[in-house]
Design a protein around this ligand. Structure first.
Ligand SMILES: O=C[C@H](O)[C@H](O)[C@H](O)COP(=O)(O)O
Length: 255
């Protein structure tokens, strides 16, 4: 039997509890076992619980025949592993480019459900998957909810995936042409010396624009710079956000 969320023993870590509650509820309320077939699974620490919940449905004889037919599309290496570790069927965007639904985390969500993503180094594949999903659902903890504008809670800057040889020129363009306060190449913190390399063998720049009142325009401007693959501004594609709160409740915000 799939455990009821209300019956689960609380996790000792409040943040993990918030992430788990948000992710489990998002799956319970949005998966259509009759009609969904192609499911996008994003990256990060909250999505771990999305895959875990799907794995619980897979083990339940009432849902097993349906869930074993689900085809899961990952957004990177971590997400591939989550799919496999939970016994789900793995495929890719080349074989299935139209998804019924996709679930992912976020670094910040504004009042209008625009997002910053890419804090964990995944963004191009996440955007590819989410842009091709009929429905895109975000799972996040309470720290991710912006009071209004992006750049308020997430102050590391907008993650931008770039072709490695272009990182110097893109950093300059971000500062000189687009007015970023600072644009820096993301470096590995331990484990390896040098820059973070994405699953697509690109680099990540973090560009600090302060608070962002018009993320749509900023996204467009950044995309036009030569060498930019994709920005971590996810515009107009999240349909719903599930925020796990500190008190154990879950807040749903939808468009
Ligand atoms: O690059 C990472 C992704 O965009 C993640 O979805 C995002 O950073 C949120 O991750 P987490 O759920 O760990 O906060």
């Amino acid at each position: 039997m799939v455990p009821e969320i209300s019956q689960l023993p609380r996790l000792s870590d409040q943040l993990e509890e918030a992430k788990r509650k948000a992710a489990y509820r998002a799956i319970d309320e949005n998966i259509d076992f009759e009609n969904h077939k192609i499911i996008g699974i994003g990256s990060g620490s909250t999505v771990v619980y999305v895959a875990e919940r799907l794995g619980q449905y897979l083990k339940d004889e009432k849902y097993a025949s349906k869930v074993s037919q689900f085809i899961c599309i990952p957004t990177g290496f971590q997400s591939k592993k989550l799919i496999l570790d939970n016994g789900l069927q793995l495929s890719n965007m080349e074989l299935y480019s139209q998804l019924d639904i996709a679930f992912d985390g976020a670094d910040e969500v504004d009042y209008n459900l625009q997002l910053i993503k890419g804090g964990g180094g995944c963004l191009f594949q996440e955007k590819l998957v989410s842009s091709n999903a009929k429905k895109f659902i975000i799972v996040a903890d309470y720290r991710k909810k912006s009071p209004k504008y992006l750049g308020t809670n997430w102050v590391q800057g907008v993650p931008i995936e770039v072709v490695p040889s272009a990182y110097v020129s893109v950093c300059k363009d971000l500062e000189n042409k687009l007015g970023a306060k600072k644009a820096v190449l993301r470096e590995c913190k331990g484990g390896k010396a040098g820059p973070v390399v994405t699953d697509n063998n690109n680099f990540i720049i973090d560009a600090d624009f302060g608070t962002i009142e018009d993320p749509k325009q900023l996204h467009k401007d950044i995309k036009l710079l030569v060498g930019v693959i994709e920005t971590g501004l996810f515009i107009d594609n999240a349909a719903k956000v599930y925020f796990g709160n500190e008190d154990g409740s879950v807040e749903l915000v939808s468009k």
